[in-house]
Design a protein around this ligand. Structure first.
Ligand SMILES: [Zn+2]
Length: 376
């Protein structure tokens, strides 16, 4: 079995243009699948749309306990308008840094768990086992993970490591994300006779005022802090000399465990109904959280301590992940941590890079977690 060098694999993965949209993850997914098959993994590909390929790879499974799962997404965000000083696809290195779109978020994380998974394959083949879920379409609404969960393509796992960029600090979850569209309707009229019309923008202005008074059912979470609400966009009116008959806003809420998004939608609708506004949920990603005193989380913390300047304190990360959908697909309450080599501050940025030392550290960490879980 050829050993996989995670630095080299990161650079190889950067050469696949998986910018989403359009994504086109198939070639990248097939390459990873081939590596894993050669190492003895059983690999299944699942496409939620043409060329939008996720893969699930499994090894072992002796029934002693459920397998440990590592996950990552192979799509990336676009390059942005600003010019890059390094080629975004060539895997250029400078000192400890490897540059490229997806270096931090999160092809380095995938390369690290694949390197560990391939190296340990001969041993984990006769153990509770390792499952790797590599998704397409994460950057726009977790499409790949949602597809796997909705179609019940995920067999149960016992613990989940989401290798998103955390600079190898183990985070125990993230807030949920629920986006809503609010619409008001009115009656158009000539701008010189507003009294015969019904102004949808004025209604919306009142609705936005009401949102300032909105209170979440849970004010604060011990680790995540407060849920938030932000009005992100506003649109309405066709021209200055007409009474607008339609206005829309979108709202971004970030929620904590215990806030149900269906209930949240109903609460917002009830608050804004007196203004004639209707509310519709447009994006939905549940919070992800594992209690820090969970036995496996404590083992993860112990493994990360050498890289975190001491035993990690319980923290959650600001971005959301595939973890929520995958956990649902695994059928419930399994422990999950967000832990990967990328630099969280560099995700989605121009001149994104990853530290190659951290990639090597991640391989060590992931190897430790796999061996610990599988007792090999
Ligand atoms: Zn990501």
């Amino acid at each position: 079995m050829a050993r996989i060098d995670a630095r080299t694999l990161t650079r190889e993965l950067l050469a696949f243009n998986t910018i989403n949209p359009p994504g086109m993850e198939r070639a990248c997914a097939r390459r990873l699948g081939a590596i894993l098959e050669e190492a003895g993994y059983a690999v299944a590909y699942h496409e939620f749309a043409e060329t939008r390929t996720s893969l699930i790879a499994r090894i072992g499974g002796n029934g002693a306990r459920l397998p440990i799962c590592f996950t990552g997404h192979i799509d990336t965000v676009p390059l942005g308008a600003a010019p890059w000083s390094h080629d975004a696809f060539a895997g250029e290195t400078d000192g400890d840094r490897v540059y490229g779109r997806g270096s931090t978020d999160m092809k380095s994380g995938i390369a690290a768990f694949i390197a560990a998974a391939v190296e340990l394959a001969p041993r984990t083949a006769r153990s509770p086992g390792v499952m790797l879920v590599i998704t397409a379409g994460e950057e726009i609404g977790c499409e790949g993970a949602r597809f796997l969960a909705d179609r019940q393509l995920l067999e149960p796992a016992g613990a989940l490591v989401i290798a998103e960029p955390t600079a190898n600090y183990p985070y125990i979850g993230h807030k949920g994300l629920a986006w809503f569209e609010v619409e008001t309707r009115g009656v158009t009229a000539h701008g010189s006779m507003p009294e015969v019309g019904d102004n949808a923008i004025v209604k919306m202005a009142h609705a936005i005022g009401d949102l300032e008074r909105f209170r979440f059912p849970i004010e604060s979470h011990a680790v995540m802090g407060k849920p938030t609400l932000n009005v992100g966009t506003i649109r309405g009116g066709l021209n200055t000399n007409s009474v607008p008959d339609e206005a829309r806003i979108t709202i971004d809420t970030r929620t904590v465990p215990g806030i149900d998004h269906v209930h949240l939608c109903k609460s917002l609708a009830a608050l804004l109904a007196p203004r004639g506004a209707t509310v519709r949920k447009i994006v939905d990603c549940a919070p992800l959280y594992t209690e820090p005193d969970h036995e496996w989380v404590q083992r993860v913390f112990a493994a990360c301590a050498p890289y975190s300047g001491g035993k990690p304190a319980p923290k959650t990360i600001t971005f959301s992940t595939d973890g929520s959908d995958l956990k649902r697909g695994f059928g419930g309450a399994i422990p999950a941590v967000v832990l990967g080599p990328g630099e969280p501050k560099l995700a989605h940025q121009t001149d994104e890079w990853a530290s190659m030392d951290r990639i090597d550290q991640s391989v060590d960490l992931f190897r430790t977690l796999m061996r610990d879980w599988c007792s090999v």
